[in-house]
Ligand binder design. Structure first.
Ligand code: G3P
Length: 503
């Protein structure tokens, strides 16, 4: 009798495999990074073959560490960096081009043309998204227009599209031997191509991008009792495991944080930050720069929607301190360095490397460090980087409160950056509300495991999952109201500079 559920978390910087027990406890994990390919300013690519190889390796190693085999896994769930676009040939299994990553801004002309031609309103109404470089539709169009042979193969039904969930499901179930070509509504809702009401690809939206329908995967529920397929016996798991869960990583984290009630929200601190608020079966249209997205669809139940505030650069700003500025040797050191000063010393850092996402949606904005004087040191830059993570989250929380009319009384957090105690304390200070972190901070993989296990009755209900959630740590606000408002006013001024820079 199998006692565990596995999950693949295919993220922006790394891929991990995790195994959970019935209590939602972690049994084992392994994680490997993949290369960030940066061919020119604003371009970000991944090699899909490398991502598949990393997935194979982390699956094998995790099973080995846990001394388990495929037969011990009830089900496998997949979760993934959303929007990142892979186009491959269904006969050979070979990608035509590197994956174009969600952070890539090469499609800014495509996005602004949509707005200019008056198509923006249709995309907002049908897909819940503003035209932006962030989403998959423009990236597919770019590949169709710029990579030799893809257009003809796409018309012939040979070139197919997927986000990395679809790419991995295809490879796990068969690859060139006839893998499945499927996705779920959470991933599809990030393409600008799916109609949020019908949960199907929309012909008018497809026509905006010149994308043949035959390229697109079939959309199946996020928790799928009918299974997407089973892992092939010759694959990395060396056995047939039912594939029954698929969610974009931010929606998966929302499930892992058991935000199943209307009005419940979580904020994930990864490469970027993503705050999702469950709005139930109701589609709420944002008036304040948030996205409307599918939160999850379990089996044949009605879809649950969310409002999302997406922030492109948070944890990756800390990586930038390490890799490009060389002022820290690892993420943990950002905390030590920032702790050397009491405050930001007047310095604000707006890391608009991929433009600014929510609530501004300005693909043309670029980063800035402002307020410098001779007095400032690396420590102020480190502190300003952590504050930028928190101020960007405040921008999104304000938008969410304005849209929903609900005042947040606690912020549930997860993701790698939550290991940074100082950053979480600043978050509580900047927001003026407590910040709460669960014992299992790997909520993304956990959410994919929950979706997969729910589909097959390993967990009976969402109520059962809620009982697995326990608080590990809570940060209380310590700033005065005056400190909070002065600090935020400085941030807003700094953001304005990054927008003016372009004009
Ligand atoms: O929308 C992009 C998001 O899904 C990426 O998340 O954690 O892989 O950076 P992450």
């Amino acid at each position: 009798m199998a006692d565990f559920v596995g999950a693949v978390d295919q993220g922006t910087t790394s891929t991990r495999f995790m195994i959970f027990d019935h209590g939602g406890n972690e049994i084992a994990r392994h994680q490997l990074e993949h290369e960030q390919i940066l061919p020119q300013a604003g371009w970000v690519e991944h090699n899909p073959v490398e991502i598949w190889e990393r997935t194979r390796a982390v699956a094998e190693t995790t099973l080995g560490k846990a001394n388990l085999s495929a037969a011990d896994l009830v089900a496998l769930g997949i979760t993934n960096q959303r929007e990142t676009t892979v186009v491959w040939n269904r006969r050979t299994g070979r990608p035509y081009y590197n994956a174009i990553v969600w952070q890539d801004t090469r499609t800014d002309r495509i996005a602004s043309a949509l707005e200019r031609e008056g198509k923006g309103e249709v995309i907002r109404a049908k897909a819940g998204l503003p035209p932006a470089t962030y989403f998959s539709g423009g990236k597919i169009q770019w590949i169709l227009e710029n990579v030799d042979g893809v257009r003809a193969d796409a018309e012939a039904g040979e070139a197919v599209f997927g986000n990395t969930d679809t790419w991995l499901l295809w490879n796990l179930t068969g690859g060139t031997d006839g893998g499945v070509h499927v996705t779920d509504p959470t991933n599809a809702s990030r393409t600008m191509l799916m109609n949020l009401e019908t949960l199907d690809w929309d012909d008018e939206l497809l026509s905006f991008f010149g994308i043949p329908r035959a390229m697109l995967p079939e959309i199946r529920p996020s928790s799928n009792p009918e299974l997407y397929g089973v892992t092939r016996a010759t694959g990395p798991l060396r056995g047939e495991v039912p594939l029954s869960g698929d969610l974009g990583d931010q929606q998966a984290a929302t499930v892992g944080q058991v935000c199943f009630g209307v009005g419940e929200a979580k904020n994930t601190y990864g490469t970027g930050n993503f705050l999702l608020l469950n709005t139930g079966n109701e589609l709420v249209r944002s008036q304040h720069g948030l996205l409307t997205t599918v939160c999850y669809q379990f089996g044949q139940e009605k879809p649950v929607y969310a409002l999302e505030g997406s922030i492109a650069v948070t944890g990756s700003a800390v990586q930038w301190l390490r890799d490009q500025l060389g002022i820290i040797s690892g993420a943990a050191q950002s905390e030590q360095l920032a702790r050397q000063v009491q405050d930001n010393g007047g310095v604000y850092f707006v890391p608009a490397f991929s433009g600014l996402f929510a609530p501004y949606w300005r693909s043309d904005a670029r980063g800035a460090i402002v307020g410098l004087s001779r007095y400032n040191t690396n420590a102020h830059i480190a502190r300003a980087t952590l504050e930028a993570i928190c101020y960007q989250s405040r921008d999104v929380v304000e938008a969410m409160e304005n849209d929903s009319g609900v005042r947040l009384d606690v912020l549930r957090v997860d993701g790698g950056v939550t290991a940074n105690e100082l950053c979480m304390q600043i978050q509580a200070d900047v927001l003026g509300v407590p910040v709460s972190k669960p014992v299992v901070a790997e909520t993304t993989a956990l959410g994919a495991a929950y979706a997969a296990g729910l589909a097959l009755g390993f967990w009976g209900s969402t109520e059962e999952l809620k009982r697995n959630w326990n608080e590990d740590r809570r940060w209380q606000p310590t700033w005065t109201e005056d400190q909070r408002e002065k600090g935020y006013a400085g941030w807003k001024k700094a953001v304005q500079r990054t927008l003016d820079w372009v004009d």
